[in-house]
Design a protein around this ligand. Structure first.
Ligand code: SOE
Length: 407
């Protein structure tokens, strides 16, 4: 807060340190694609959200951790990190770190998260929560027992058009919901020459990733679906691995590919609605086509990541001669998050979803009893259980009950 001196009106203004917002000192583990997305959110959020809130904590990039010292130093310079560590165990133990942001491949989430709990750190964890529900359960038990604030970065819910869809459904405007459908289509693994393992390509290595498109892409669709339309109770699924072996970057040898390259599943929700989900990395021409549609008695809604500021909206109550799909450009002050940014009509992008997610986390620190808009570990465990059930259903070729996240 800026204060004018009482001694003389001519004196310059000064910052009263005791009134300055308390920092939330974040230690970022991992400096890849997600490290950049999160670091950007850390720097942006206080510029656009929570400015008038006296108890609001202001995140700072206290430390960043990665194994390659050269890349780490480059990252730290680019993103103005205050310090670096090459061993995540040291970062987690530091007394000047309040929260740890885990941006590493999936096989390390549990170990790092459990160490954070031991050191009393808040945790922000990349999705999916863990390799499987068993690991996820241990993580939920630990953070909840220690009462540590926790978040999983399911980011797409925080795009204004997606949040608007949630708000419309929560207001009961759709009436009874009949259908939910979602796709997440990519094409980047079609070449058989692509190896498995290493930067980015760990996503093709089942030991590191846990699963293929199910945990990487469908997990996003499942998170959004459960957030908007409630719990999923049972699933039936098929998966395919089109390229059965790839060179592993660690060994230089051809090794079997154990991830699902593509997955399609049917689901039933607790509210009686039914769903179709599909994801693949073999849909030539599609880079990251995440779409969903929800059909209710009175209204339908549809969204498309490639046109992310728009929500398609159909309202059956409109007179028959004017009835049709409209396209809401969610960039006005009335739309979720949009009013904090630019003037109406100017769109937001992918990176803003992370800024909004961090904003929601900071809100929850300020008002712990307020409704949570982000996926905490428990919600993410529910998503993990759906992923587990999908993989199990594909393996057994049977309808499979989804375990609910009551630990
Ligand atoms: C995979 O290509 C990927 O980067 C996912 O890991 C992200 O979670 C998704 O948002 C975009 O695609």
């Amino acid at each position: 807060m800026t204060k004018t001196s009482t001694r003389s009106k001519q004196q310059p203004t000064s910052i009263c340190v005791s009134d300055a917002p308390r920092e939330l000192r974040i230690g970022l583990v991992g400096y890849g694609f997600m490290g950049r997305a999160h670091a950007n959110a850390v720097h942006q959020v206080a510029h656009f959200f929570g400015k008038n809130s006296p108890n609001r904590r202001v995140p700072v990039l206290q430390a960043v951790c990665g194994r390659d010292a050269e890349k780490l130093s480059e990252f730290a310079k680019t993103w103005s990190a205050r310090s670096t560590e090459t061993d995540w165990r040291k970062l987690v133990a530091r007394s000047d770190v309040d929260a740890v942001d885990i941006c590493t491949p999936n096989d390390s989430h549990m170990e790092i998260a459990l160490a954070c709990v031991k050191h009393g750190k808040m945790i922000l964890c990349e999705k999916p929560l863990a390799l499987d529900g068993k690991q996820g359960t241990a993580m939920v038990r630990a953070v909840e027992k220690a009462k540590l604030p926790n978040l999983v970065w399911y980011n797409y819910r925080f795009l204004p058009a997606v949040t608007l869809a949630k708000n419309i459904v929560d207001a009961g405007e759709l009436g009874k919901v009949f259908h939910y459908r979602a796709n997440f289509l990519q094409d980047w693994t079609i070449s058989a020459d692509l190896p498995q393992g290493g930067t980015g390509l760990w996503r093709l290595d089942a030991k590191v990733a846990g699963s293929g498109v199910t945990g990487d892409l469908l997990a996003h669709c499942i998170d959004t679906a459960r957030w908007i339309n409630g719990d999923i109770t049972e699933v039936s699924a098929m998966t395919e691995t089109f390229i059965k072996s790839r060179v592993h970057t660690a060994t230089g040898k051809q090794q079997p590919v154990k991830i699902d390259d593509a997955c399609a599943f049917l689901a039933r929700f607790k509210n009686g609605s039914m769903a179709v989900f599909e994801s693949t990395r073999y849909a030539r021409g599609h880079k990251a086509l995440y779409t969903f549609e929800i059909n209710g008695e009175h209204k339908s809604l549809a969204w498309d990541l490639h046109d992310l500021n728009r929500l398609s909206y159909f309202d059956h109550s409109v007179n028959g001669d004017r009835r049709g799909w409209s396209s809401i450009h969610c960039t006005d002050g009335d739309h979720p998050y949009a009013g904090n940014w630019w003037v109406p009509g100017l769109g937001l992008g992918y990176e803003h979803s992370f800024v909004h997610g961090l904003h929601e986390f900071l809100n929850s620190l300020e008002s712990p009893k307020a409704e949570r808009r982000f996926a905490d570990f428990r919600h993410a465990l529910g998503t993990q259980f759906v992923c587990d059930a999908v993989l199990e259903a594909a393996r057994t070729r049977r309808w499979t009950r989804v375990k609910q996240a009551r630990v």
